[in-house]
Design a protein around this ligand. Structure first.
Ligand code: SF4
Length: 291
């Protein structure tokens, strides 16, 4: 297959991710709004969030002023050049920044200088995977800084939390992570959890959980029931939307596993804020579709 120039389509993917929240997230926020006490601060916060989502979509402006780290997961057919895709996506990122779909967010860690166009070392971030399918799939996540700051990684056993190397131990540390975050991750959030791996792989896998639709349950029965239980228990913590108190602290919890070394048992918990910006672009038979 001839590899096309998809730069303009990548700009559109970024625009959609930044300005047009996925329906399942918006529906979940609306359901949370209806569950909260009439006239409560929690309900007021959710009303503001929902109005913000509507205006962002209507005006094609970012849902949040922090447009986050752009993280691209790219599945491509055999024969495609990752170098070309990388160039096209970087160009699209700079264009999207110039059009204010993205805030300039790439800061040199030594000098503090902002590159101004969201281009830097591993910025945007890429994960390339060749696959056997005959089409291209590009998933984009915009990962906000506030919620990234409250992600946490635990090394089990954890004596303080009485968390051993089993699913009960995982449950304890994930609830601790949500409790420690309070409203600082811009609750209600989604919690992505990876059990196992090394430290780097664990965090990567935990973030990949954010591409799962909110109604998606793990195919592994023990993990599906852990996801359900953690969602219910996190919502009993009373932290509530933006930390104002209330019934909705998380919209969901997604758990996956990786193989690990006998010596290590990491639990990585990534936090995604209510501005759960994710979009997918499919290029198949010369046609582009966005999901
Ligand atoms: S955590 Fe999310 S909602 Fe909060 S400021 Fe950052 S991007 Fe915006």
């Amino acid at each position: 297959m001839q590899q096309p120039d998809l730069t303009d389509q990548f700009v559109e993917l970024i625009r959609l991710a930044s300005t047009d929240l996925q329906a399942d997230v918006e529906d979940s926020l609306r359901a949370a709004r209806d569950r909260e006490e009439e006239g409560s601060a929690a309900q007021g916060a959710l009303d503001t969030i929902l109005e913000n989502i509507r205006l962002a979509r209507q005006n094609s402006t970012p849902i949040c002023q922090d447009t986050g780290t752009p993280i691209f997961y790219i599945h491509y057919p055999a024969g495609w050049s990752t170098l070309k895709m990388r160039h096209q996506i970087r160009e699209a990122t700079a264009t999207a920044t110039a059009r204010s779909y993205l805030r300039p967010n790439a800061v040199d860690s030594l000098t503090g200088r902002n590159s101004g166009d969201n281009l830097g070392d591993d910025f945007p971030s890429f994960h390339f995977h060749e696959w056997e399918e005959p089409y291209l799939k590009v998933d984009l996540m915009l990962k906000g800084g506030g919620c990234e700051n409250v992600g946490a990684q635990y090394k089990l056993p954890n004596v303080t939390l009485q968390a051993g190397r089993d699913l009960e131990g995982v449950r304890r540390v994930v609830l601790d992570a949500v409790n420690q975050a309070q409203g600082l991750g811009c609750a209600p959030g989604i919690i992505g959890v990876a059990i196992g791996g090394d430290r780097g792989a664990g965090y990567t896998r935990s973030k990949e959980q954010f591409f799962r639709p909110l109604n998606d349950q793990s195919q592994v029965p023990e993990l599906a029931s852990l996801e359900e239980r953690l969602t219910q228990e996190a919502n009993q913590l009373g932290i509530g939307p933006m930390g104002f108190g209330g019934k909705t602290t998380v919209l969901g919890v997604k758990v996956d596993t990786l193989h690990r070394l006998p010596a290590s048992y990491f639990v990585s918990a990534s936090y995604m804020c209510w501005a759960d910006r994710r979009r997918t672009m499919i290029y198949r038979d010369g046609e582009v579709a966005f999901e």
